[in-house]
Design a protein around this ligand. Structure first.
Ligand SMILES: [Zn+2]
Length: 255
């Protein structure tokens, strides 16, 4: 049994064949999928999917950093109402993204800090997106009361991994990057205990080898598990079991 701790299959990229994608995931052993929200417009789609199979889907609520624009204050109000009124297992997807442009850096920081506070208030873990903003994201977490979550799509150095783990009860979300030929991540992970690792796809993005360049989907997570089984010299079943336990404990998932 595998948990995909980060997938956006409620998005429009899956409108044509979502049922088949979900069936392929279940056939591959992916029995649970965490759904991090994107923006105010995706809330309806996310909830509809989550309600369709409460056993399989674990909804998370947040405003994604790349969705922060001039409307961010009213968007945050909408997200807050939804988060505090719903049954969410995590606050996400939240964080910082300074890759595309820095126009809304100040607003991203404010939104991230605010959502970290909500997570602390609700005692929920956070699902953090950080791109070209490692230091900014770390500082925001340090200055918040939030002490648990997942740094999703981790692709950093040993020092960065250790700094994340020193923040509290934080895990590293490992996805397709670990399967890429030139990735330095396998060597980094050799120094990190598997008790700190959870699996994810980030579908529809970041497909693992040999699906690179195509739309990603939760069933491809088996390629990530296979890469970790080589890194840690464990069976794929052991990788699945250990990373599932890590996710279950952090997100308080009922099996
Ligand atoms: Zn994401």
């Amino acid at each position: 049994m595998i948990i995909d701790t980060h997938t956006h299959i409620f998005e429009k990229e899956f409108d044509e064949d979502r049922d088949k994608v979900i069936q392929r995931a279940k056939d591959a052993g992916v029995s649970k999928m965490v759904l991090p929200n994107i923006n105010t417009e995706s809330i309806g789609r996310l909830k509809e999917l989550a309600m369709s199979d409460k056993n399989a889907f674990i909804p998370a609520m947040g405003l994604h950093p790349t969705e922060i624009n001039a409307n961010y204050r009213s968007d945050l109000e909408t997200i807050k109402t939804e988060l505090f009124g719903g049954e969410y297992k995590a606050v996400g997807e939240i964080g910082m993204d300074l890759y595309w442009d820095k126009e809304f850096e100040r607003e991203q920081t404010e939104a991230f800090e605010m959502q970290l506070d909500w997570a602390a208030e609700l005692s929920l873990p956070v699902l953090i997106h950080s791109r070209n903003s490692f230091r900014e994201a770390i500082n925001a977490v340090k200055h918040s009361r939030c002490r648990k979550g997942i740094f999703h799509c981790f692709g950093g150095t040993i020092e960065e991994a250790e700094e994340i783990l020193s923040l509290g009860d934080f895990l590293l979300g490992i996805g397709g990057i670990v399967t890429f030929k030139k990735s330095a991540l396998p060597d980094v992970l050799k120094n990190i205990d598997i008790k700190h690792i959870v699996l994810e796809t980030d579908a529809p993005y970041l497909s693992p080898t040999p699906h690179r360049g195509k739309r990603n989907e939760p069933s491809y997570i088996t390629e990530v598990a296979a890469a970790l089984s080589r890194i840690y010299d464990l069976s794929i079943e052991d990788v699945a079991q250990k990373t599932t336990d890590n996710a279950v404990n952090l997100l308080k998932i009922k099996l």
